[in-house]
Structure formats: C-alpha cells, structure tokens
Design a protein around this ligand. Structure first.
Ligand code: MN
Length: 207
C-alpha cells in the first residue's frame, strides 16, 4: 500500500503570526494538506504498479497513469508536493533578504532584490483563481519566475522550484479575505532564506 504521510511541521501553528494566522496554518496543514495525501493514497490503493513511484515522479509523469486516476493524481500528488515544500520555505522570525549565492544570482537575473520582489508579487497577484507563484531554476542554471494553476508543479515544466507561494484562497482568506496583495506582502516576512540558499546550491550541482 502506498503511504504518503503528512510531513512534520518544524514550527508551531502560531509561529508565523501576525503574517499568517494560527487558524489558517492549522486548517491549511491538518485539513487541506492532509486531504491531498488521503486522496492520493486512495487513488493509488487499487493500482499497485504505481505504488512505488516517488511523489516527484507522480507529479511529472501523471499522464502515464491510467486515465481513471491521472487527474486525481495530478491534483493531489501536486498538492502534497507543493505543500510539503511550502512549509519549509517559511519559519518564525524569517524574512529579510536572501543569502550568499542566491542573493547574487537574484540581483544578476532581475536587476536587484527589490525588482525580483516586484516581479514575483505581480505574478502572484495575477494568478487567476487558484494556483502558485514560483522562483525556479532551469536546466541551464537560470532563475525565473513562473506561475502554475491549481496544484501543478514547475517540475512538470523541467524546472526546479526554489521558492513558492500558495495563492489559493484557503491560504489567506480567513485573515485577509479578498485582499490577496496584503497576504503576498506579509509573506515576505516569514521566508526562510537559508532553505532557498540550500536549495539553490543543491540545484547548481545538477546544472
Ligand atoms: Mn494550500
């Protein structure tokens, strides 16, 4: 039996206050993320041939699955992977500026850190409906900002995501209601740039 499980959260539900409120964190993690995992496990329960696939393989190659489960795996494997990453991009007392190599590369690619933030914010604000905004690295080592709809992952497009922001309404509606831009602005205060730096340096080894 496949058993994808909820990864441990390395901080308390209220750790990201006041930027992301305790209730949103708890619901997002224990209800939304858990539901993606349950749905994924249920979808694969009768399909033993795919039960040893990694989450990344499922996300990238869902179109090789039987038609009966391809869409549900696309949505829920994506939901599991995206949220597993998302929690690690944040920490208590985060924020500030990127570190070391990724800071230099962001400045080089976008002109300045502030210009990168502006472009990322614009991308996140203009996701229509539910989706994500991402900073990814491509196979040539180039940084780029993209968005995905629903729970699709940049991995599907051959990109390695380094940082991503969930702009589904469930990620912010309790505290910010329809004010997605306020949520986006607040989120910069909780980013764990150490994780982004580590992901960047790891990705560079494979360029
Ligand atoms: Mn979410």
């Amino acid at each position: 039996m496949p058993k994808f499980e909820l990864p441990e959260l390395s901080y308390a539900y209220d750790a990201l206050e006041p930027y992301i409120d305790r209730q949103t964190m708890e619901l997002h993690y224990t209800k939304h993320h858990a539901a993606y995992i349950n749905n994924l496990n249920n979808a694969l329960a009768d399909y033993q041939a795919y039960q040893d696939w990694s989450i990344e393989r499922l996300v990238m190659h869902y179109n090789e699955l039987p038609q009966a489960i391809a869409t549900v795996v696309r949505n829920n494997a994506g939901g599991h992977l995206n949220h597993s990453m998302f929690w690690t991009f944040m920490k208590k007392n985060g924020g500030g500026q990127p570190r070391d190599k990724v800071y230099a590369e962001i400045a080089k690619s976008f002109g300045a850190f502030q210009k990168f933030q502006e472009q990322f914010n614009a991308a996140a604000k203009t996701v229509f409906g539910s989706g994500w905004a991402w900073l990814s690295i491509d196979k040539n080592g180039q940084l780029l900002i993209t968005t995905t709809a629903n729970q699709d992952s940049p991995l599907k497009d051959g990109l390695k995501p380094l940082l991503g922001l969930d702009v589904w309404e469930h990620a912010y509606y309790l505290k910010y209601q329809n004010r997605r831009p306020e949520y986006i602005d607040a989120w910069w205060h909780v980013i764990d740039w150490n994780v982004i730096e580590d992901g960047y340096q790891e990705a560079l080894k494979r360029v």
